[in-house]
Write a protein that binds this ligand. Structure first.
Ligand SMILES: [Zn+2]
Length: 153
């Protein structure tokens, strides 16, 4: 049976051997466990790479990159549609109201050293939070999706 939604993928985060080693996030096919590639880093706060398990620059970039990878067109800036060059609305081609700080504190900051996250979990979080955008509710104020990340420390 063909499904009409974007391909389901699984993200896997791995720490290097030491705390100063780069943290790697790969995209996998959840059916086969095969690695499809590395998660594209949408650089905004942390040119040196991703991080997780706390709230900060590396985790913010991971949050934006995960949302961008899963939401694709929905995550793009309405003004430049992702081009970003000389855009007055955004700095990196992503919509300025992307709830990346809420996603960081509710999801990325809680990830364990090694973790997996399915694209449908990211999408479920988004479905739960985009309704709060543009209203007077604070994003992240919702009663919440209780995600099970499996790899939580
Ligand atoms: Zn833009």
């Amino acid at each position: 049976m063909r499904v009409d939604h974007p391909r389901e993928v699984r993200f896997r985060g791995m720490r290097g051997a030491t705390t100063s080693s780069p943290a790697l996030v790969v995209v996998e096919d959840p059916a086969t466990g095969e690695t499809i590639g590395a998660l594209e880093h949408r650089v905004r706060y942390s040119p040196t790479g991703f991080n997780w398990g706390y709230d900060g620059a590396g985790p913010r970039d991971l949050a934006r990159s995960l949302l961008a990878a899963v939401l694709t067109d929905e995550a793009l800036c309405n003004a430049c549609h992702g081009a970003a060059a000389a855009c007055d609305t955004c700095r990196d081609g992503l919509r300025p109201d992307l709830p990346s700080s809420a996603f960081t504190s509710q999801v990325v900051a809680r990830l364990g050293p090694d973790w997996t996250l399915h694209s449908r979990q990211v999408r479920a979080w988004w479905e739960d939070h985009r309704v709060t955008l543009g209203s007077d509710r604070t994003p992240g104020d919702s009663s919440g999706t209780d995600l099970d990340f499996g790899g939580r420390a």
